[in-house]
Design a protein around this ligand. Structure first.
Ligand code: SAH
Length: 315
C-alpha cells in the first residue's frame, strides 16, 4: 500500500522521465507563441516595479519543452532589453532538461543561453530578486485525498462510527502550499497559471491522460500524465498568511486579453498567409474562449505587498 501522494510522485517521475508528455496533451505555450511573449512582458513589468534590481532572476517551474521561456526571453529582448535576468528552470526530468537546453540555445544563441541554470526544486533557487512563472506545473504536484470518517450512531448501548459513503473527497497538495509560502516569504513576484475552480470545492479531481484521452490513474503508473485541479483558494490563503499580496485568480481568457493577446496575435497574423494567419487567430481564441481554455484555466499572482497591481489583474 502506498499513500496517493507517494504514488503520484512515483508515477509522474516515471512519466516525465520516459515519455513525451506533449504527445498526450497540448499546453498554452505550444498553442500560441503569444502566451510566452505576454508572460515574459509580465515578468519585465514586475521587475521594473521592483525597482529594476540588478542580478534579478527569472525562474520557471516545470518548463516542459522550454517553449514558454524561449518566447518570453525573445519578447523581453525586444521590448525590455535592459531586463537581463539570469534564467532558472525548476525541472525534475533529465530528459526534459535536455529538450529545454536545446530549445533555449537554438532560440537564444550566445550569452542568454549560457545563463540558464537548472534546479530540482523551487527551494533550491538561489537568494535574490525573483520573478517566478509557472504554467501547468502545480497541477502535476502530488495530492492527498481524504474522506470524512463518518457519523455517530448508537447501537447496543454504545456509540458506533458509521462511515458516510456519500462523504465527498477532500484534496490537499502540500508541495504546492510549501512553494507558495516560500515565494511569499521571499517577496517574489510570482505568476501561477493552471487549471482549477475559483473557490475550493470538494470532489475527486485526480485525472490521468494517455494518448490525449482519459485513462485509469492507477493501472499503469508512468504511462499516463496524472494531474489534479489546483486549489487556488488554498494557495491564496497560504500566501497571504506568509505575508504576500494575492491577485486573482482570474480566468485565463480575461487575463490574456487584458495583456493584449488579440492585438499581438493580429500583428503577427498580418504578415502570414491566410491559412497560417487563421490558425494563429484560432490559437489565440483557444486560449481565451470560456468553453475552451479561457475559463477553467486561471491566472493568480503572489507578490510582495508593496508591489503595484500586476498587469492583467485590473478589474
Ligand atoms: N509548463 C510547460 C509544461 C507543463 S508539463 C508547458 O506549459 O508546456 C509539467 C512540467 O513540470 C514538466 O516539465 C515536468 O517535467 C515538470 N514537473 C512535474 N513535476 C515536477 C516536480 N515535482 N518538480 C519539478 N518539475 C516537475
Amino acid at each position: 500500500m502506498e499513500r496517493l501522494d507517494a504514488f503520484m510522485t512515483r508515477a509522474n517521475a516515471a512519466y516525465y522521465a520516459a515519455r513525451d508528455p506533449f504527445a498526450d496533451f497540448t499546453t498554452s505555450p505550444e498553442i500560441s507563441q503569444v502566451f510566452g511573449e505576454l508572460l515574459g512582458l509580465w515578468a519585465a513589468v514586475m521587475w521594473r516595479a521592483m525597482g529594476a534590481p540588478a542580478g534579478a532572476m527569472l525562474a520557471e517551474a516545470g518548463p516542459g519543452r522550454g517553449t514558454l521561456m524561449a518566447d518570453a526571453l525573445r519578447a523581453i529582448g525586444r521590448a525590455a532589453p535592459d531586463f537581463r535576468p539570469s534564467v532558472h528552470l525548476v525541472e525534475s526530468s533529465a530528459r526534459l532538461r535536455a529538450v529545454q537546453a536545446a530549445k533555449l540555445s537554438a532560440a537564444l544563441p550566445g550569452a542568454a543561453a549560457g545563463g540558464v541554470l537548472w534546479h530540482d526544486s523551487v527551494a533550491d533557487l538561489p537568494p535574490g530578486p525573483l520573478v517566478f512563472i509557472a504554467n501547468e506545473f502545480f497541477d502535476a504536484l502530488p495530492i492527498r485525498q481524504r474522506r470524512g470518517a463518518g457519523e455517530a450512531f448508537v447501537a447496543g448501548g454504545a456509540r458506533v462510527w458509521v462511515p458516510d459513503s456519500n462523504e465527498l473527497v477532500r484534496e490537499t497538495c502540500e508541495p504546492a502550499l510549501a512553494i507558495v509560502r516560500l515565494l511569499a516569504a521571499r517577496g517574489a513576484a510570482a505568476l501561477i497559471v493552471d487549471y482549477g475552480p475559483e473557490a475550493s470545492a470538494p470532489g475527486d479531481s485526480l485525472q490521468a491522460i494517455h494518448d490525449g484521452r482519459p485513462a485509469d490513474p492507477f493501472a499503469r503508473p508512468g504511462d499516463a500524465d496524472l494531474t489534479a485541479h489546483v486549489d487556488f483558494a488554498a494557495l491564496a490563503c497560504a500566501a497571504r498568511k506568509a505575508g504576500a499580496a494575492v491577485h486573482g485568480p482570474v480566468p485565463q481568457g480575461k487575463f490574456l486579453a487584458a495583456l493584449g493577446l488579440f492585438q499581438r496575435t493580429g500583428i503577427l497574423a498580418r504578415t502570414q498567409a491566410p491559412k497560417k494567419a487563421g490558425a494563429m487567430m484560432d490559437g489565440a481564441r483557444r486560449l481565451a474562449e470560456p468553453d475552451r481554455m479561457g475559463r477553467l484555466f486561471k491566472a493568480m499572482a503572489i507578490c510582495h505587498p508593496d508591489l503595484p497591481l500586476p498587469p492583467g489583474f485590473e478589474t
